[in-house]
Design a protein around this ligand. Structure first.
Ligand SMILES: C[S@@+](CC[C@H](N)C(=O)[O-])C[C@H]1O[C@@H](n2cnc3c(N)ncnc32)[C@H](O)[C@@H]1O
Length: 223
């Protein structure tokens, strides 16, 4: 199905992409930057121990690059080395990326954001001394992770309402395999079935308060 993508403004004033045919968005309409920061930076990156360097992150769904940009900002502000790997099968068109306002909203140079998008797939690019980016152009279904390599997984796929197949144990298991012992998995979702599936895989589950507009979110730790 051909998907129609348009830019919309969310409640915190930052933009995101809407998919008309699915009535779905790349981020929460209650605040794109707020949601990404709450789920992936505050509940994820901030929960990683100080003794880990570099922090190796695997993202499911590069999308607009907002999570990557927020992570870059955190790495720079905290002088924290980060290796950021991100999987994306359907990169966002350049004309939509140009309409996103994240660098301006986060007071970061547009050149950094552009470079993240222009970085070819399968090339390891050092954006600064602290932050390197490696993008993987693949469907999650076909992805085989580097096992026990990552400290943190950002599980940021579209909702189960529109892509239920991406929330199945077979995909979640890839995240589990990718993580080191004590590695952290974070996602904006909080469904009971997801918690049960993660538990069966070998995670311990924490239910945390969600970003604006969402009561709960999940943080899971590989034991
Ligand atoms: C919620 S968005 C990711 C948002 C992103 N993390 C950000 O910061 O903008 C989900 C992403 O998953 C990608 N995607 C959807 N189905 C996929 C699949 N089967 N394999 C790989 N990527 C997929 C979409 O193209 C989209 O970019």
């Amino acid at each position: 199905m051909k998907l129609t993508k348009t830019i919309i403004t969310t409640s915190d004033g930052s933009k995101t992409i809407a998919i008309k045919e699915w009535n779905e968005h790349y981020h929460s309409t209650h605040g794109a930057i707020q949601e990404s920061k709450h789920v992936y930076i505050d509940a994820g990156l901030n929960a990683i121990g100080n003794n880990i360097s570099p922090v190796r992150i695997l993202e499911f769904g590069f999308g607009t690059g907002l999570n990557a940009l927020l992570t870059f900002q955190h790495a720079e502000q905290n002088n924290l080395p980060v290796e950021y790997h991100s999987i994306e099968a359907f990169p966002v068109d350049k004309n939509l990326i140009e309409q996103l306002d994240y660098p301006e909203k986060l007071d970061l140079p547009r050149t950094v954001f552009n470079k993240m998008h222009q970085t070819p797939f399968y090339e390891n690019i050092k954006l600064t001394g602290n932050f390197s980016l490696y993008k993987i152009k693949q469907k999650f279904e076909d992805f085989h992770p580097k096992e026990t390599y990552y400290n943190l997984v950002y599980f940021d796929v579209f909702g189960a309402r529109v892509q239920p197949e991406l929330w199945q144990p077979a995909i979640l298991q890839k995240a589990y395999q990718a993580l080191t012992k004590n590695g952290i998995f974070v996602t904006y979702a909080a469904k009971g079935q997801l918690k049960r599936d993660l538990k069966v895989l070998g995670f311990t589950i924490e239910t945390l308060s969600g970003p604006p507009g969402k009561r709960e979110m999940i943080r899971a730790v590989k034991i």
